[in-house]
Design a protein around this ligand. Sequence first.
Ligand SMILES: [Mn+2]
Length: 325
Amino acid sequence: MTPHQQYLKKPTLNLIQAPVALGQTLEGVDEAPSILLQNGLLDQIRSLGWTIGKSSEVDPHDLKWNSPKGSLPAHQHGHKIKFPNELGDACREIAELSSESHREGAFTLTLGGDHSIAIGSIGGALLERPDLGVIWVDAHGDFNTPETSPSGNIHGMPLSFLTGIMQRYQIKSFDWLKNFLTRDQLVLVGIRSIDPEERTLMKSWGVNVFSMTEVDRFGIGGVMDRAFEILFKNGKRPIHLSYDIDSVDPHFAPSTGTRVRGGLNYREAHYIAESASETGALVSMDLVEINPRLGYVDPALRGDTNVTVEIGLELVGSALGKRIY
Ligand SMILES: [Mn+2]
């Protein structure tokens, strides 16, 4: 069986490894791409009928906290934002690979790293596909700005970059971002932790949020039906799935940096990826925030790493066409 998604020119998948950790403060999230590969990611993708095209790795050289550029946490405009220069450069590199892959008409899979990498993968995709719809699966809002963020960590800000809200801070290292998401291009699913001022910003921008409360109320099927109603309101469009593993309940995905209880259960997590694939419009995916190191520190937690890597691999499989029946 050959996989078919209507906006792709061929059943080929290009892989972007983005071992980026500077968007947050815990070591290890940069190790996820290689661990996913060691655990059979490519064989699984091939077994679903895809051909592996180009595999690229973003240079992790400058992406450590003691980076040779010596960029200490940068505080711009009197507000908090950490490592904007390093992350702007890394995301530009990811964006170039992503836009090239979208132009080629292949499926684009980007492995983080922390969620800051989505500024690159989606920002690059938007250069080729300005009408891209995005399903953002997350425990958090990811809508912070240097003014609303308690930490200054960019992994909590990617949607402010991608919606253009961040333009007013004139962060030069991100000036390659050209196209931005509008309200009807973005839905958030699985949300359960939002910073107070971030919430105000999200409400004023008018983002479509399906929090865990809506998952309880409508079931995950009802939530995804409503999500696609919004994204396809004016007809079909290509879809990107940005999957933060912290959306999944820590019981099923413990090895991640910012765990929040009350998340997606195992089947809900899969249904999101399956339903995105079933639209026939899925063109790209991010898988981010798996931190294998959080399972290494304590040998007793070794099993945590294994189950988290495993569910990450399975979610990619579901997005690429794996079905129960
Ligand atoms: Mn996130």
